[in-house]
Design a protein. Structure first.
Length: 212
């Protein structure tokens, strides 16, 4: 197996199935690397700006989205031409990093890890619909499609949960899980929420939390 290393501090990844292409956001490199999975070759680096956050595919619009933390913008990429086609200002957000796209509502949930808020950005109207506070230094987001629960995990160890409905995104819980519990995943069948923890009493632990 070969390795394709392009860009500094790879952090997020998205897959575009139409062209079988992978997009890797390089957090400290200011770029998104494009890799063709059929040829296993690096295609190009797309310049985004400083502190590139997570990257996601949005099939409905045939677009790749990423966030530029230094510029406080949501960046739209054409995955056919592999170029930036638009940038949307996020004026209420200081250093966007984590985000998740819900294809049902067409909402992008964007977390801002300096001022600890989450924006709800409508990818159809390209407008910010609302914002709310989350735990300090939010990082990874996960979504339970059946329960419509959005989980936001922070470096502070605080988990924030939102109930997501079209036109109504409401915070339903916020509480401390464990130190540095900033990674989260959801089992779509059992609705269990998983937090891998680096160090609990000197040992790595996988904590499983029952959904609300």
């Amino acid at each position: 197996m070969s390795q394709l290393l392009h860009g500094e501090s790879p952090d997020g990844i998205a897959y575009y199935p139409q062209t079988r292409t992978v997009y890797v956001s390089n957090e400290n490199g200011g770029t998104v690397s494009v890799i063709n999975t059929q040829t296993n070759k690096h295609v190009r680096d797309i310049t985004i700006g400083g502190a590139v956050g997570n990257t996601h595919n949005f099939d409905r619009q045939n677009r790749i989205y990423t966030v530029a933390g230094a510029d406080n913008k949501l960046v739209e990429i054409d995955p056919v031409k592999n170029i930036v086609v638009n940038k949307y200002a996020l004026p209420a957000c200081q250093h966007p990093h984590g985000f998740y796209i819900d294809p049902v509502t067409s909402y992008a949930f964007i977390t801002c890890d300096v001022n600890n808020i989450m924006l709800v950005f409508d990818l159809n109207s390209k407008k910010i619909l609302s914002s709310d506070t989350v735990g300090a230094v939010p990082d990874v987001l996960a979504y339970d499609e059946g329960l419509h629960h959005l989980y936001v995990a922070g470096e502070s160890g605080v988990m924030t949960i939102f109930n997501v409905q079209k036109g109504n995104v409401k915070k339903i819980y916020e509480g401390f899980i464990a130190p540095h519990a900033h990674t989260v995943a959801v089992n779509q069948e059992t609705h269990a929420v998983y937090y891998p923890l680096e160090n609990i009493n000197g040992k790595p632990v996988l904590r499983v939390v029952k959904s609300l």
